[in-house]
Ligand binder design. Structure first.
Ligand code: BGC
Length: 399
């Protein structure tokens, strides 16, 4: 799988490896006024930097987005369905919205791109949030009904299905850090309860997808981090890992894959979370610069679940695009090392195709391979897009 010379090394990835990039409905479509995030953005006193507004206008410009993916020679595009557009009121389904997403899937397939469809990426319809969101006992059933309807419409156009994006981040941010709706801080009981509802919603959604027409792999995507503890921090690490990762990893039995999403490493000492030592390189998100989280989390997810892994998100926020190339190079080298050790990793999906609405941070973070002008919506591929395209087209990376 690799060929060494004194100057450099060529890392070759397996045939059929998925090379993708990802987006999410609320971060790019614009005008998603009927979900809980939009409401949160316009609520007094939250920490949201600015409203999502028109985002990247991808509701109208999705074809341009797909062309950008195709131009890079990628074979996978991960995007999400906006539940609030598909089911704007309980039980009322929009055929127009379903047709819209079907057209995206069909066009992607025509371009040789596998549509990786996420059914819930952080945003919920207002009507669901008003009834308690992931604290409402009926949510798993409601989600399964929406998933069933969408899956019935999209059928085999779906290439791979992700039920819920990072359920652990929705609950941690929503009930512990107060940075996502419903904006609650430090309520560990509600956090734990919402985690259980998330798990039930995932399981019910898997059943719905399996019962629907179409055959494609189905899984959950989880936010994971590489974690280290200094002396005395082991217990804190174990407790955090249990509530953020393991409770979900244990709930993936019978799924077809586990989606791993990682950006950094977290440190623990005898007091709990520990800031990395002074002088440690960090990113504008405040994360430790640790691209090696890819290999580390993929190994752990594979070991705990026994499932094939797809790295459904990894990337870096930076305004210095050369740093993105540096980060992705190191991340892929770490993936390659795990592959060489026999870890079953099926693909790498880079976050993100576009500079987009980064939730509470607004538009000040730049995760995109492609810049998006805030007023004209003009898309401009960056040097990192050219770099990533060359890796994906060759199926190999020179380090
Ligand atoms: C989320 C994305 C987000 C990215 C970068 C992930 O947690 O799925 O929606 O933009 O990280 O912060």
């Amino acid at each position: 799988m690799s060929e060494t010379s004194s100057a450099s090394q060529l890392l070759t990835f397996p045939t059929g490896f998925l090379w993708g990039t990802a987006t999410a409905s609320h971060q790019i479509e614009g005008g998603n006024w009927n979900n809980d995030w939009w409401a949160f953005e316009h609520q007094e006193g939250t920490i949201v930097a600015e409203p999502s507004g028109d985002a990247c206008d991808s509701w109208n410009r999705w074809r341009e987005d797909l062309d950008l993916v195709a131009d890079m020679g990628l074979n996978a595009y991960r995007f999400s369905l906006e539940w609030s557009r598909i089911e704007p009121e309980p039980g009322l389904f929009s055929m127009a919205a379903l047709d819209h997403y079907k057209e995206i899937c069909v066009t992607a397939r025509d371009l040789g791109i596998l549509p990786v469809v996420t059914f819930h990426h952080f945003s919920s319809p207002r009507w669901l949030a008003e009834r308690g969101g992931f604290e409402w006992s009926e949510t798993p059933e409601r989600m399964a009904a929406y998933v069933a309807k969408a899956a019935e419409h999209l059928g085999d156009e779906i290439g791979m299905a992700c039920t819920i994006n990072e359920p652990n981040i929705v609950t941690m941010m929503g009930y512990v850090l107060g940075a996502f709706p419903p904006g609650v801080s430090l309520d560990l009981d509600r956090f734990a309860a919402a985690n259980q509802t998330m798990i039930a919603a995932h399981r019910r959604s898997v059943e719905a997808l399996r019962a629907a027409p179409g055959t494609y792999p189905v899984g959950l995507t989880l936010s994971m981090a590489d974690m280290v503890a200094s002396e005395g921090g082991e217990q804190h690490l174990a407790e955090f890992r249990e509530s953020m990762e393991d409770v979900f990893l244990r709930a993936t039995g019978g799924d077809d894959f586990i989606g791993v999403q990682c950006y950094t490493r977290m440190s623990f000492d005898e007091n709990g979370f520990a800031a990395p030592p002074k002088g440690t390189r960090s990113t504008p998100m405040g994360y430790e610069w640790w691209p090696e989280c890819t290999g580390a989390t993929a190994r752990r997810a594979a070991e705990l679940t026994g499932l094939p892994v797809v790295l459904t998100e990894n990337g870096v926020s930076t305004t210095d695009d050369k740093e993105r190339i540096e980060y992705v190079t190191a991340a892929l080298a770490s993936v390659h090392e795990a592959l060489r050790d026999g870890v079953d990793i099926r693909g790498y999906v880079l976050w993100s195709l576009l500079d987009n609405f980064e939730w509470a941070f607004g538009y000040e973070q730049h995760f995109g391979l492609v810049a998006c002008d805030r007023t004209t919506f003009a898309r401009t591929p960056k040097g990192s897009a050219e770099f990533y395209a060359s890796v994906a087209k060759a199926g190999s990376l020179r380090i």
